[in-house]
Design a protein around this ligand. Structure first.
Ligand SMILES: C[S@@+](CC[C@H](N)C(=O)[O-])C[C@H]1O[C@@H](n2cnc3c(N)ncnc32)[C@H](O)[C@@H]1O
Length: 254
C-alpha cells in the first residue's frame, strides 16, 4: 500500500470504534488548553473551533473554560458520540481542508491529536481563513511517556505512533513553517491516564495502527499487550496511571 493511501486509511479509521474511543482515550490537561488560548484570553468573547473534534475529548476540556465552542469533525460515528455526550455543543460535518464556517469567525482553532492527519498545504490557509486577525492555532498531542521503561516496552509491542520520544515530536517539527502564521512555540505538560490492564488494552485497540490490522493480527497484538501488562509489577494489579506527556504547539495568524 502506498504511504499516502495508508495515511488516508488511518485518518479515517477511528469511527469504526467510536464508542470505545470516547470511553478509552485520554482527555487533555486544562493547563495545556489555557496555554493554547493565552494569546486571545483577553478578548471580550473568545470563540474556539475544536477542529477534528472526534468524540469530544478536547471539547470537554474547552467547555470548562470561559469560551464559546464549536466542533467540526468529518466522521459521522465520532460526531454522534460527541453529540450524545456533550449536550448543546454545535458539531458540524467538515474537514480541516474544507471548514464549514465563514471567514474570520473564530479567535482560536484547537486541534487534539489530529494535526498530523491534515494536508497542511490546504488546511493551513483554510484555518487562517476562519480565524480572526491575530487568532491562534494550537495543536495538542497526548504522547505515551516512553522514557518510563514499562511504557517503552509496551510501545515496542503496539508499534503505536504516540511515543513521546518520537523524533517528530522531539525535534519541534510538530507544525510546518508557512506564510499564514507566525513562528510556532512549543511546550509540554505532564499528564496521566488512569487505567487498568484491561482498559489500557482497550485504549490501544482505538489507535489507528491497531485499527488497520486484520482481525487475526489485531487480536494477537491485543493479547500480547494484555499478557505484557499482566506481567509488569506497575500494571498487573488494578488501577495505575499511564504516564503521558502532552505536547502543545501554538502560533498566531499573521
Ligand atoms: C485521533 S482522533 C482525535 C479526536 C479528538 N480531537 C481527540 O482529541 O480525541 C483524530 C480525528 O481526526 C479526524 N480527522 C481525520 N482527518 C481529518 C481531516 N482531514 N480534517 C478533520 N478531521 C480529520 C478523525 O475523523 C478523528 O476523529
Amino acid at each position: 500500500m502506498e504511504d499516502s493511501e495508508l495515511r488516508a486509511r488511518r485518518a479515517r479509521s477511528f469511527g469504526e470504534r467510536a464508542a470505545q474511543y470516547a470511553e478509552h482515550r485520554p482527555d487533555y490537561p486544562a493547563d495545556a488548553v489555557r496555554w493554547a488560548l493565552e494569546p486571545v484570553r483577553d478578548r471580550e468573547v473568545v470563540r474556539v473551533l475544536d477542529l477534528a473534534a472526534g468524540t469530544g475529548r478536547l471539547t470537554e476540556v474547552l467547555l470548562g473554560e470561559p469560551v464559546s465552542v464549536i466542533a467540526v469533525e468529518p466522521d459521522a460515528a465520532m460526531r454522534a458520540q460527541l453529540l450524545g455526550r456533550l449536550a448543546g455543543v454545535a458539531a458540524l460535518a467538515g474537514t480541516a481542508e474544507d471548514i464549514p464556517l465563514p471567514d474570520e469567525r473564530v479567535d482560536a482553532v484547537l486541534v487534539g491529536q489530529a494535526f498530523h492527519w491534515f494536508d497542511p498545504e490546504l488546511a493551513l490557509p483554510e484555518i487562517a481563513r476562519v480565524l480572526k486577525p491575530g487568532g491562534v492555532l494550537a495543536a495538542l498531542w497526548n504522547t505515551d511517556d516512553d522514557r518510563v521503561p514499562w511504557v517503552a516496552g509496551l510501545a515496542g509491542i503496539t508499534g503505536t505512533g504516540v511515543r513521546y520520544t518520537d523524533r517528530r515530536h522531539d525535534r519541534g517539527e510538530t507544525l510546518p513553517d508557512n506564510g499564514y502564521f507566525g513562528p510556532f512555540e512549543q511546550t509540554t505538560f505532564g499528564h496521566t491516564h488512569r487505567r487498568t490492564a484491561a482498559s489500557l488494552t482497550e485504549t490501544i485497540a482505538t489507535h489507528s495502527v491497531t485499527l488497520l490490522k486484520d482481525e487475526r493480527q489485531r487480536a494477537a497484538t491485543l493479547a500480547e499487550v494484555r499478557a505484557y501488562l499482566d506481567a509488569q509489577p506497575e500494571t498487573a494489579n488494578g488501577e495505575f496511571d499511564l504516564p503521558l506527556v502532552t505536547i502543545a504547539a501554538r502560533t498566531r495568524k499573521l
